[in-house]
Ligand binder design. Structure first.
Ligand code: HEC
Length: 276
């Protein structure tokens, strides 16, 4: 902080001495630089994991995939996790479902009075922090924004990286992407159980070079990957629900501006036709 305060007047002095062309160039390069920084920041959201992460092929415009993801999320994840910034009614609207559909097929929780949760409510559950801590040592976090904090690649890889580890007394599993995680392998029925493929011993530690499906679940590996991709897609939607709307508006704005450009150009020609 102190450094940047110091360096600013110096930069100013330089600008003041130079010609306006140089000023322009400086502003230009500052804009290019900040754009580049933005791009880099956008791409580095999947940091913080030792293993290579895989990218799911997901499409935010695919409502069927989002519907399947929502279904899997309420069925498998909401027992522990909330998505406490997301409303069911908004989800209905964005995923192309009626509120009756959502109430009948996606709401399995009750509110404080014991009534079925209303469609206008947030996607919460009734787990208390004490219960969460007691059961898992840590409260299962709200997943509404996890696709932003961890990145979609992280979530997709995490849900596929569970392996059997008898040394882990609580859950009996470990995870390559999130070692020592307190979350059990929730989707074991679908995926089955993976065991680690061990490499050569190095410095007293045996590295895990890969995972092998030793006890298949109800799904084939491809089907399981699709399921996890749908869940990831849904988490990505929740982390940025208006992304699709923003894209649509962006395109309309660009079309409008191009139209305006054409009109302005024709007008300019009309004005100047007798002058030059
Ligand atoms: C039995 C309870 C339970 C269920 C069910 C469950 N989780 Fe978790 N989950 C946890 C706990 C506990 C943590 C915290 C793990 C930790 O920090 O070590 C966690 C952490 C996570 C994280 C990491 C969040 C972060 O930013 O650190 C993700 C992502 C996640 N869960 C996704 C899911 C998804 C998707 C499902 C449904 C398929 C699911 N979970 C179902 C208990 C659960």
């Amino acid at each position: 902080m102190i450094r940047s305060e110091h360096s600013q007047p110096v930069a100013h002095a330089q600008v003041a001495n130079s010609s306006s062309m140089a000023k322009l160039a400086l502003t230009g390069s500052a804009i290019v630089l900040s754009l580049a920084m933005l791009l880099i920041a956008g791409n580095s959201s999947a940091a913080g994991s030792a293993v290579a992460l895989e990218s799911p092929r997901i499409d935010q415009g695919n409502q069927r995939s989002l519907q399947r993801g929502a279904q899997a999320f309420v069925n498998n994840c909401m027992g522990c996790h909330t998505a406490n910034y997301q409303r069911y009614s908004r989800l209905a609207q964005d995923l192309g479902l009626s509120e009756e559909d959502v109430a009948a097929n996606l709401i399995f929780t009750t509110d404080e009075a014991g009534e079925p949760t209303k469609v206008g409510a947030l996607m919460a559950n009734n787990m208390t922090t004490e219960y969460g801590k007691q059961s898992f040592g840590v409260m299962p976090p709200n997943l509404a924004l996890t696709a932003r904090s961890r990145g979609v690649d992280w979530i997709y890889s995490f849900l596929r990286a569970y392996y059997v580890d008898p040394t882990r007394t609580g859950t009996g599993v470990n995870n390559l992407v999130y070692p020592g995680t307190a979350m059990p392998h929730i989707l074991w029925e679908q995926q089955g159980w993976q065991t680690p493929i061990l490499g050569e011993e190095e410095n007293g530690a045996v590295p895990i070079t890969g995972l092998e499906l030793t006890s298949p679940g109800t799904m084939t590996p491809e089907e399981y990957d699709d399921l996890v991709a749908d869940i990831t897609n849904f988490l990505a939607y929740m982390a940025d629900p208006i992304k699709q709307t923003r894209h649509r508006i962006g395109i309309i704005v660009m079309l409008f501006l191009f139209g305006l450009l054409a009109i302005a150009y024709i007008l300019k020609k009309e004005y100047w036709k007798d002058v030059v």
